[in-house]
Ligand binder design. Structure first.
Ligand SMILES: O=C(CO)COP(=O)(O)O
Length: 120
């Protein structure tokens, strides 16, 4: 199973906190983690193994969308910051659209992500 992880700057701490709450499950289930660049660095520092792609504004969201379109992802966790502006908003919308096109579970906040992780 492959899970993509993305967090806007205002939500990176939430992503690390969220993953640490589910560390046991993530270690038990055979899960590969992939993340946008800066999110991936934060996740790595908290002790998880993760494949890091480009930073979001440089194309990382687009890379994850391409993986989703090619059915390489089982789940996308994307903690968006709705109170901030993002120069690459078109990429963000595109990623969410591609998840819907291909019926890939997408969580955009910790409450929904927790429900998805509990199903692992
Ligand atoms: O911008 C992002 C998502 O749109 C996240 O990218 P980073 O993980 O590189 O900060």
């Amino acid at each position: 199973m492959k899970i993509a992880l993305i967090a806007h700057d205002g939500k990176k701490a939430d992503m690390v906190h969220f993953l640490s709450q589910f560390r046991d499950i993530l270690e038990k289930v055979d899960v590969d983690l992939v993340a946008t660049g800066t999110t991936g660095s934060h996740i790595e520092k908290s002790g998880f193994e993760v494949d890091k792609l480009l930073s979001g504004p440089l194309g990382g969201d687009a890379q994850i969308a391409a993986m989703a379109a090619q059915k390489e992802l089982d789940m996308v966790i994307f903690f968006r910051d709705p109170l901030d502006k993002h120069p690459h908003e078109p990429d963000v919308q595109m990623l969410m659209r591609i998840c819907d096109v291909h019926n890939i579970p997408l969580a955009t906040n910790p409450a929904s992500a927790a429900l998805m992780f509990k199903s692992l």
